[in-house]
Design a protein around this ligand. Structure first.
Ligand SMILES: *Cc1c(COP(=O)(O)O)cnc(C)c1O
Length: 396
């Protein structure tokens, strides 16, 4: 069973690295002993089993912290970026509800941020959801106006999961600090792809997801600044692990996996970004030459190296995805792709419904090769050509 599924998967070129990434084999290798003989509970430190697990978890915590210029004790392990975003936003808003009842976010955020903010609104918080410009960026003048002495937290993502644009984090951080509001950033897509420094960028809270940077699924982290001290209300009651912010026994295997993923990113990010950007640009250039009229959504500068969001004029995205089953592509975020609604992110950019319905997200990653990119371009051009010919024939 396993081998036939693996064989089937191996036939398909994976170009959906923003939905999830393959766990790096070096990460898997490092995790394995913690599913076996190194099974201790990292919170039971009365014997060598617990001490061993605790030491491994703390080494991983230091590797996660180092990637963002933080101190190890500022890292809280969670189950992923969804949980980190919930804890950051609801935790900050809940703790400061009295003196600061207001939260600010962006219309192109991930659903877990928008839904967290929507819940706060139902519970009586004041909410501002800012729009973005045609390229997908926040307007800093709008933000300056929206943030006040009553704002508890501003949540603006580092890089977008559909269009890959990178927000001006340092400018946002400076603006929030001046108003005394916490700056939270969802860095699920940006971490390990672009350099992030919580001090240089004045970030107070930063969400991390293991499976977006070649680590395992089911683990993430929240950076929580200590100086000046960020105060959060915990979501989970229990044994008080993770400085009381996230009770529950940690999974040492997953923590170790996240730590190794962060260490590899620190070592290889610069070289990898260059290589991945070259592959992405080669793909776009080939498509521009061979696939007829097309539109790229979002800014091409200040964009993640691997991302492209592209509409082939007149070709519905779902039809093209069906026409090239040899490629793993996406219309956008995994959480909304079941619905046929055009992406709310693309609509927030002011992109027409027709173009949004023709838009595909292609995300190149660490394990893609030049041969795969050339094959993907060939298949896409053939698919687009076939679909346009069928349309022309039907129109006659
Ligand atoms: C994937 C993703 C999330 C959710 O992360 P999980 O670890 O899967 O919970 C949140 N925000 C962004 C921008 C993402 O890309």
């Amino acid at each position: 069973m396993v081998s036939s599924a693996s064989e089937e998967l191996a036939q398909v070129i994976y170009l959906d690295n923003q939905a999830t990434t393959r766990t790096d084999p070096r990460v898997v290798e490092a995790m394995l002993p913690f599913f076996g003989e190194r099974f201790g509970n990292p919170h039971s430190v009365d014997h060598v089993y617990g001490n061993d697990a605790e030491a491994a978890v703390e080494a991983a915590r230091a590797d996660v912290a180092a990637l963002i210029g933080a101190e190890p004790r500022e890292i809280v392990f969670t189950s992923g970026a969804t949980e980190s975003n919930n804890l950051a936003i609801k935790g900050a808003a809940g703790f400061h509800k009295g003196e600061r009842p207001h939260v600010v976010t962006l219309s192109t955020e991930h659903k877990c941020v928008l839904e967290s903010v929507a819940r706060l609104k139902r519970e009586g918080h004041e909410v501002t959801v800012l729009g973005v410009d045609r390229d997908g960026f926040v307007d800093l003048a709008d933000l300056e106006q929206a943030v006040t002495e009553r704002t508890a937290v501003v949540s603006i993502m580092a890089a977008n999961n559909e269009i890959g644009v990178i927000q001006p984090l340092a400018e946002i951080g400076a603006l929030c600090r001046a108003k005394g509001a916490y700056f939270h950033t969802d860095a699920a897509q940006a971490l390990g792809k672009v350099p992030l420094d919580v001090n240089a960028m004045q970030i107070d809270l930063l969400s991390i997801s293991g499976h977006k940077l070649y680590g395992p699924k089911g683990i993430g982290a929240l950076y929580v600044r200590r100086r000046p001290r960020v105060r959060l209300e915990a979501m989970m009651d229990g044994g008080g692990q993770e400085r009381g912010l996230r009770s529950g026994t940690l999974a040492p295997a997953l923590c170790v996996g996240l730590g190794v993923a962060c260490r590899l990113a620190a070592q290889e990010m610069a070289e990898e970004a260059e290589r991945v950007a070259a592959l992405r640009d080669r793909l776009v250039d080939t498509l521009r030459e061979g696939a007829g009229p097309l539109t790229v959504n979002g800014a091409m500068d200040r964009r993640l190296a691997g991302n492209i969001n592209i509409a082939f004029d007149g070709v519905p995205a779902h039809a093209l995805i069906e026409a090239v089953p040899e490629l793993a592509l996406s219309t956008g975020s995994a959480c909304t792709s079941a619905s046929v609604e055009p992406s709310y992110v693309l609509r927030a950019l002011g992109i027409e419904e027709a173009t949004a319905a023709q838009s595909l997200r292609i995300s190149v990653g660490r394990f893609n090769t030049a041969e795969e990119i050339d094959e993907a371009a060939r298949l896409l051009i053939a698919g687009v050509t076939r679909l346009r010919q069928a349309q022309a024939a039907a129109a006659q």
